[in-house]
Design a binder for this molecule. Structure first.
Ligand SMILES: Cc1cc2nc3c(=O)[nH]c(=O)nc-3n(C[C@H](O)[C@H](O)[C@H](O)COP(=O)(O)OP(=O)(O)OC[C@H]3O[C@@H](n4cnc5c(N)ncnc54)[C@H](O)[C@@H]3O)c2cc1C
Length: 1030
């Protein structure tokens, strides 16, 4: 590890190292959670050991933690402990962790945010890295976006190693205003070694920090957090001569299409691709989000060009199902949509689309260019190939090898040697896929005169080295060699007449077609060399790739071995003539995969395999080692699934609308018994619903299953735990067999079809070509998994295969309509049954609402509790202004119950304005009697009910609000109340417009100048403008 003082000026580093340097210099304590192999804290530990000093003149204490949960709790415990040295209150406390730990940090961060007024500055440098058994490693940003939004934390992102140091510093400075997350790509950028020419040294960091901290302390106390962040950013830019902004625009001067992006690789690529396309006259651009929270809408609108007609948000979501689910919105999309909906800057409101992608989708210039192409061509457009000139001008090399090869260290050594050339920038990155050929390592090296930012694998290599011939069969390696490029294959004991046998047919064809120069390296010509094979590989590679390099001293201290390797070159490396007939070769079988997927940061340690004898095969074992930590605690990886569940009993199930009315809205109440379930006001209940037993039995019979057979299935509460159930039970409770099948189900089912026609159709439905038909089937015909299995009878996976390809049932959420302080032993919900008639004329019901509406008192159900943004104001005297449509009223019942209890206890409570909306008073005055009783009792101050269809003209909730705007001015602005809107999204703009009118009216009255938009922003940040829409 380099010493702290050596990091300065031009130096070879990784982002991970720079983050640690800044963290070490500025922090009192560093709490680190670095799963084995992630290496997020290796350097800070070493520096602490060496007693290196931080800017406060002390040795930074590093506290490595063993568990993700501990990472947050420990920091909190320290900051708020009785013994905490108050003289250190201003000194930042830091956390180093990967994003996979964020969900576990949630509750600690929540508490920290609440107590931040008396806390030390807290910054978390988060390496975006998550692990998933199926898809391997991916840079997870979605969790950070969500947590920052939910808990009100600041969130800053670095888009490259060149700026990671600046952003680490900035984030630490922002921490003086609010708890801050700084996120950077933890998969590629974090670990790629590269030359940063102007790395800030220790003294420089100390100096900048001291100066800007002073400015931070002197910030106008009346500024809101967004204002403070903008001011700090200004001070930061002034000091460093940079021009960072919360949002940065790149591209055409008058674009019609703008892509909004967050995330290191995403931002970097979008910026470069948009600039390149704009230079060719395409009216496109990109807005890179640097500071996501606070979301400074004004800054966003400032950079948004007025010419824009279409805004696309590249938004990361948790999983593939969320990409396909039209009901899911990425976090970034919602913010952009809100910002754009309210601006007057644009004469014509642009269309805003959400382009959702999953954590493991790695972007490339081609994927980003294809997105632009699709957006600008309006409709289906083929993916395009796109490359960035600066990257293509670099020398690009790829090494492929198995991880137990004697030459596995070669690429790193070659990289080091190239780094000694002062005029070049060398980028080295390794990818481990432990699931191919018992473990494969791919090393990418780029060498460029200019500094480049290319956070994606080499696509057109000048030279490719293959250390193990069997990899040519498995991976489409030749595809990655550029036309006219060079391919070196290591073939021990090579005999000329065996060439065709040893190079697979598909590779032969591509070598010939792309006019690739083929070299064979045979190290077995000398037994001495076999031992030092890595040296021979190094010099052979350099001979082919860089004949101008003749000095190899840095490759080895053993000069004799090195000379021997160089002397053996002529004998061991030979260029072979590529036969013309290879272009015509028959029987070519395409390799299994195009490339490898990163699923570990280290090689698969096979010697440990024995311990895992209970695992079924080497692949399972390899997965176990791919990222041990994740596997060992797999149950914690998806806490969104593995939530704490409770069994509760139905106490009351009462329909609220007349039975002859077309909407069935019902009130359901559960007895908590001794379940231990507790909830707060505003929270939602997660319901784990069951499938219709009758339909399940019909399916069991039609499919030829035996209802009572015992099977092992992942448990609903915790998918990492297998439980034994009957076929019937598992189909009723565990699988979404009567739900909507995603595209990948068709793709997977195709593998089981024995009828060729059916197979083809299923494959088409699972592919891009079949998109229209897929849409028709799933969105118009609303088919279920069961329907599809019935349509394609030849595709008949057995039960175990079936449950692999059908998604597990997902829980649904319902706002709680009761206050536990008032009724400690029960929880109430108000629910509307979802129903529709499908194209076959069948009446269909929503999964959970069908189940819940049919539950008789006494039935038990499984439920969990979901935290929410809906919270009562801290001050009991603060007024509540609540607007709810339909079931959106549910949480307000809890609010009012609580305030009524306080009033009964003699406490003073704020006024309550309740606006409610539905179609008809007679049928849908939901909880009407209760509201009227509360009104009589003086708990509710005013009810503004809008029954849209009770009179000839339509009256909506916003109309009622406008009629009583003076009450809103009084309660919301003068008495500093909180506003809540719950239910469907569509009234949001109209309702917000009334609030803005109220703000403007009050400002005029008091002779102040106020921007109502900004005011709403401020209220939002203060938790006084709260939306819960679904
Ligand atoms: C925080 C929060 C609070 C909420 N609070 C409430 C509340 O208080 N009260 C309330 O009633 N709801 C509430 N909801 C909504 C609730 O969570 C459910 O989304 C809703 O009840 C529908 O669930 P379901 O299982 O009955 O319908 P689903 O089965 O999920 O169906 C939903 C829709 O999906 C489509 N669909 C279903 N099956 C298929 C298929 N096979 N093919 C194609 N399309 C299909 C249909 O168009 C249907 O309308 C809340 C949601 C959130 C996020």
């Amino acid at each position: 590890m380099p010493s702290l003082s050596s990091i300065s000026g031009p130096t070879y580093v990784t982002s991970q190292l720079l983050v640690q340097q800044t963290a070490y210099k500025l922090s009192d304590k560093i709490f680190s959670y670095s799963p084995e192999t992630f290496d997020l804290d290796v350097a800070v530990k070493e520096w602490a050991e060496a007693n290196e000093k931080n800017v406060h003149g002390e040795t930074t204490t590093v506290v490595p933690l063993q568990t993700r949960a501990g990472a947050g709790a420990f920091a909190l415990g320290y900051i708020f402990s009785k013994d905490f040295d108050l003289a250190k209150r201003h000194v930042p406390q830091t956390l180093l962790a990967p994003s996979l730990s964020l969900r576990h940090l949630r509750s600690s961060l929540d508490q920290l945010a609440l107590l931040y007024g008396v806390s030390s500055p807290f910054v978390a440098h988060v390496a975006a890295a998550d692990y998933n058994a199926e898809n391997g490693l991916g840079a997870d940003y979605a969790t950070a976006l969500q947590i920052a939004e939910d808990l009100g934390l600041a969130l800053v992102s670095s888009s490259s190693a060149y700026e990671v140091q600046h952003m680490s510093l900035l984030a630490t400075l922002l921490a003086s205003v609010l708890p801050t997350l700084h996120i950077y790509d933890g998969i590629r950028t974090a670990r790629e070694s590269l030359r940063v020419v102007d790395a800030l040294g220790e003294a420089h960091i100390a100096d900048i920090y001291a100066k800007i901290s002073k400015e931070a302390a002197a910030l106008n106390k009346r500024l809101d957090t967004a204002g403070k962040v903008v001011e700090l950013l200004k001070a930061f830019n002034n000091e460093l001569g940079t021009s960072y902004a919360p949002f940065e625009y790149h591209g055409h001067d008058a674009p019609e299409t703008v892509l909004v992006v967050f995330g290191s690789a995403e931002a970097q690529l979008a910026k470069q691709v948009a600039t390149a396309l704009a230079a060719k006259g395409k009216k496109v651009g990109t807005i890179v989000v640097r500071v996501y929270r606070p979301f400074v809408e004004e800054a966003f609108l400032e950079v948004l060009p007025a010419s824009v007609r279409q805004i696309a948000v590249l938004g990361q979501v948790a999983d593939a199902a969320s990409v396909e689910d039209a009901n899911v919105q990425s976090a970034l999309y919602s913010d952009v949509l809100t910002a754009v909906s309210f601006t007057e800057k644009l004469s014509q409101a642009p269309e805003v689309v959400d382009i959702r992608y999953v954590v493991t989708d790695a972007h490339t210039p081609s994927s980003i260019a294809s997105i632009f192409n699709k957006l600008t061509s309006k409709g289906e457009a083929e993916p395009v190939a796109f490359s960035l000139t600066a990257v293509e001008e670099a020398q690009q090399y790829v090494f492929w090898d198995v991880d137990n090869s004697s030459a596995v260290a070669s690429p790193a050594a070659v990289g080091k040697l190239l780094e000694t050339e002062q005029s070049s920038n060398v980028y080295v990155h390794q990818t481990y896929d432990n699931l191919v050929q018992g473990g494969v390592v791919r090393t990418d090296i780029r060498v460029s005169q200019k500094s480049i930012e290319a956070p994606y694998p080499v696509e057109n290599a000048d030279v490719v080295f293959v250390g193990e011939e069997k990899l040519l069969k498995e991976i489409a390696i030749v595809k990655g060699v550029k036309a006219g490029g060079k391919l070196i294959v290591r073939l021990p004991n090579f005999k000329e007449d065996e060439l065709e046998k040893r190079i697979p047919a598909a590779a032969q064809k591509e070598i010939q077609e792309k006019n690739v120069e083929l070299y064979v390296l045979d190290s077995s010509s000398s037994s001495a060399l076999e031992k030092e094979a890595h040296l021979l590989v190094n010099v052979a590679f350099l001979r082919v790739a860089r004949a101008d390099i003749t000095k190899f001293d840095s490759l080895s201290a053993d000069k004799t071995a090195l000379t021997e390797a160089v002397n053996a070159l002529d004998q061991s490396v030979r260029k072979v003539e590529v036969p013309v007939k290879w272009a015509e070769v028959e029987g070519a079988v395409a390799p299994l995969v195009d490339s490898v997927k990163p699923n570990s940061f280290v090689a698969f340690q096979k010697e440990e395999e024995e311990e895992t004898s209970s695992l079924e095969n080497w692949q399972s074992a390899a997965k176990g080692f791919a990222f041990k930590e994740a596997y060992g605690t797999q149950n914690q990886l998806r806490p969104d699934l593995a939530v704490k569940t409770y069994t509760i009993k139905v106490k009351e199930n009462r329909r609220l609308t007349p039975t002859d009315y077309d909407r069935n809205i019902f009130h359901i109440e559960f007895d908590l018994g001794d379940s231990g379930l507790t909830y707060n006001i505003g929270e939602a209940l997660g319901i784990h619903a069951e499938n219709d037993p009758e339909q399940v039995l019909q399916f069991i019979q039609a499919y030829g299953l035996n209802a009572d057979d015992l099977v092992q299935v992942p448990s609903r509460e915790d998918p990492a735990v297998l439980e034994t159930r009957t076929v019937y039970q598992s189909l009723v409770q565990n699988f979404d067999i009567l739900g909507k099948p995603p595209k990948r189900f068709f793709e997977s089912l195709a593998q089981f079809a024995t009828d060729e026609e059916e197979k083809k159709r299923l494959e088409r439905l699972g592919s891009k070509e079949g998109a229209d038909e897929f849409k028709r089937l799933t969105e118009e015909d609303t088919v279920t998994y069961v329907d599809v299995l019935d349509m394609f009878k030849s595709a008949h996976p057995d039960f175990n295969d079936l449950i692999r390809i059908v998604d597990p049932s997902k829980r649904r959420e319902y706002s709680i309509a009761s206050a536990q302080a008032v009724s400690p032993n029960s929880v109430a919900l108000m629910i509307v049954v979802v129903n529709w008639v499908d194209t076959k004329g069948r009446t269909r019901l929503g999964h959970a609402t069908r189940y819940l509406s049919g539950l008789a008192p006494g039935s038990t159900i499984t439920a969990s509790v979901k935290p929410s943004v809906m919270k009562l104001p801290v001050k009991d005297t603060a007024p509540l202004i609540m607007a709810g449509l339909g079931t959106g009223l549910a949480p307000f019942r809890a609010f009012v119950q609580y305030r009524a209890m306080q009033k009964a206890q003699g406490k003073e409570i704020g006024s309550i304005l309740l606006y409610l909306g539905s179609r008809h008073q007679r049928e849908e005055y939901l909880y009407g009697e209760e509201w009227e009783a509360y009104l009589d009792a003086g708990v509710i101050t005013m009810v503004g009910a809008a029954f849209s269809r009770d009179q000839p003209e339509k009256i909506y909730i916003q109309d009622r609000m406008r009629q009583t705007v003076t009450d809103i001015v009084q309660a919301y602005i003068k008495e500093e109340g909180s506003f809540y809107l719950c239910g469907p999204t569509w009234p949001v703009p109209d309702v917000t417009a009334v609030l803005e009118e109220a703000i403007a009216a009050e400002a005029q009255e008091s002779g102040r100048k106020v921007d109502p938009r900004k005011e709403i922003e401020r209220l939002k940040e203060d938790g006084r403008y709260v939306l819960e829409v679904y």
